[in-house]
Design a protein. Sequence first.
Length: 336
Amino acid sequence: MNKREHVLRALRHETDSIVPMCIHLTGDCYNVYSDRLLADYADADIMDDYRSGFLSRIEAVNLAIGNFMLPAPFPWWDWDWAQRPAAYDDPDEAPKMLPPIVRWDAADYCFERTKTLRDKYGVYMAAFVWGSHWEKANAVRGIENMLADMAGEPEAAQRLLDFIIDTNMPYLEKMVTCPDYDGILLGSDWGTQRDLIMSPEMWREMIAPGEMREYRVIKASGKQLMVHSCGDIRKILPDLCEMGVEMLNPVQPECMDLAFLKQAYGDKLTFWGGISTQRVLPYGTPAEVRAEAARVIRLMSNHGGYVTCSSQEIQTDVPYENLCALIDTAREFAGL
């Protein structure tokens, strides 16, 4: 059984002696720690593929530390930030004054590269679209302006949100034709440290319909539907389960109680994350990191439904010894 198959078992909530892992770092952290991680964890085959240029540095590190999931390249779009005005007051002007840049020409390369990586390394390949809807809207308007728009100019705010979904849809419809994407993650940070960033009623009225358009396409293709949202989103977890979400990331223990999540939603959601990047990883000792990582893994992997990871990407405030303590513990539970 390869790594991909163990991730699929976790998504099916099957009991497994192997707990898959997928630990990611920020770009700065890859810059600081990549050489040491490759020296400490990479085998000869990975280093040969890295030195030959077949693997990027980030791909080599992710494979070296033992990740069961790899981020797949995918075609997507972004705002043309070079044309962003200094300021504008009308939310209707956002898609007009900041035109999207399309990247259809990358599709063939993305699909071929995804197949190559999945076939060679036996890993689960997922397209991680971290900022896909709400985050794109608040990036172009500014988060305060976007929230004010939703409260005071809801029709204009909805037009912007709909514009983003309408632009996303052709990409998703193309992506799901690729047989080698195992899952697609859509990301929008709906939570703060204490609660939703908006009322659940507003989320259901203005956010959920667009999300559901995307979810239907992914679900109809047979690919796993994964969602990223930081913060406390407990109030909409029943909605997300009903909408067909299968995996939730990053699961911040400072915001949501892990034991409650596992008890209430452990048969519906696979959790990916949960090991604190605000407390134990930057401020604990290596022994404390090992103990906390083991505690979280045992709790969240009971009857499957868990992929080991920190509650956010690892930043450079995490000492290297603590990062290795997390990786080593994850590897033990992953049978590596």
